[in-house]
Design a protein around this ligand. Structure first.
Ligand code: BTN
Length: 263
């Protein structure tokens, strides 16, 4: 069984920004909170915190993120992009692309991207991203970008997750090296992030891998309403265009979307 070897990861890392510095904590409530506190204290862009276990891992929309020891990769990054406040999803896209490419490089598996923030294998969740922006007035001052990746997680004790989630170990039948994965994630994500800093939008690369597009979807809106239609495009800020069954178009942001089974 591999465990995360941060010294080995540091020795392998060739990035100039991400993971500089790279900190490891054996057990935390949430790596997001550690990085947010460090950001408020003036920590540099690129700071990465990884944890061996989280006691209160957070997911999107107020959900929790099950973070058992020696199974998942739990990572938060501090970024200070010059972006309009509406474009925090661009950070999610960079991290999603970087993670998908790293998984492909290290494991030979090609994860699908699912709108707005998931990586999937065979329709099951492999990883989730939580990008939390902090504003100073209208201005985006920094983003804490969190990644939970089911590297070697064993879901057999979790009946609720077993049918909807998967891990690299489960798919491959062997344990993957989390240190090599972490390095690849930081390196690939850095390429996308440096391009973003030069003004390159991640939207085309991200939407090209989005399994949600041109599929029949249901979106569950916050008020309890559900809309059905076909996902037909992504706007510049990451919002999803859905052509409704009655022909109208709706633009949705950060709600839950499920793929409908086509008959
Ligand atoms: C989601 O799919 O809802 C997003 C999950 C994000 C989980 C990661 S694990 C590392 C970081 N720390 C947290 O508490 N959450 C993110």
């Amino acid at each position: 069984m591999y465990s995360l070897d941060v010294a080995a990861a540091q020795a392998m890392l060739t990035t100039t920004l991400l993971g500089r510095p790279l900190h490891y904590e054996a057990q935390v409530d949430s790596t997001q909170d550690l990085v947010r506190v460090a950001a408020d204290a003036g920590a540099p862009e690129g700071l990465a915190v990884v944890a061996g276990q989280q006691l209160a891992g957070r997911g999107r929309a107020g959900r929790s993120w099950w973070s058992p020891p020696a199974g998942g990769l739990y990572l938060s990054l501090l970024l200070r992009p010059t972006l309009p406040g509406t474009h925090v999803p661009w950070i999610t896209m960079c991290l999603a692309l970087g993670t998908a490419e790293a998984v492909e490089h290290i494991c030979g598996l090609r994860p699908d991207l699912k709108w707005p923030n998931d990586l999937e294998l065979r329709g099951r969740k492999l990883a989730g991203i939580l990008a939390e922006g902090t504003f100073s007035g209208e201005r985006l001052s920094h983003v804490v970008a969190g990644l939970g990746l089911n590297a070697n997680v064993d879901f057999s004790s979790q009946p609720d997750l077993q049918t909807i989630a998967t891990s690299l170990q489960q798919e491959l039948g062997y344990t993957v090296d989390p240190s090599a994965l972490l390095v690849a994630i930081l390196e690939r994500t850095e390429e996308h992030y440096l391009a973003l800093r030069r003004g390159v939008s991640p939207v085309p690369a991200w939407s090209a891998r989005l399994v949600t597009l041109n599929r029949a979807v249901e979106a569950h809106l916050p008020g309890g309403q559900t809309i059905s239609g076909t996902a037909c495009g992504v706007l510049d800020d990451g919002a999803l265009r859905i052509r409704l069954d009655d022909g109208h178009e709706e633009i949705i942001r950060a709600v839950d979307v499920t793929l409908r089974h086509e008959h």
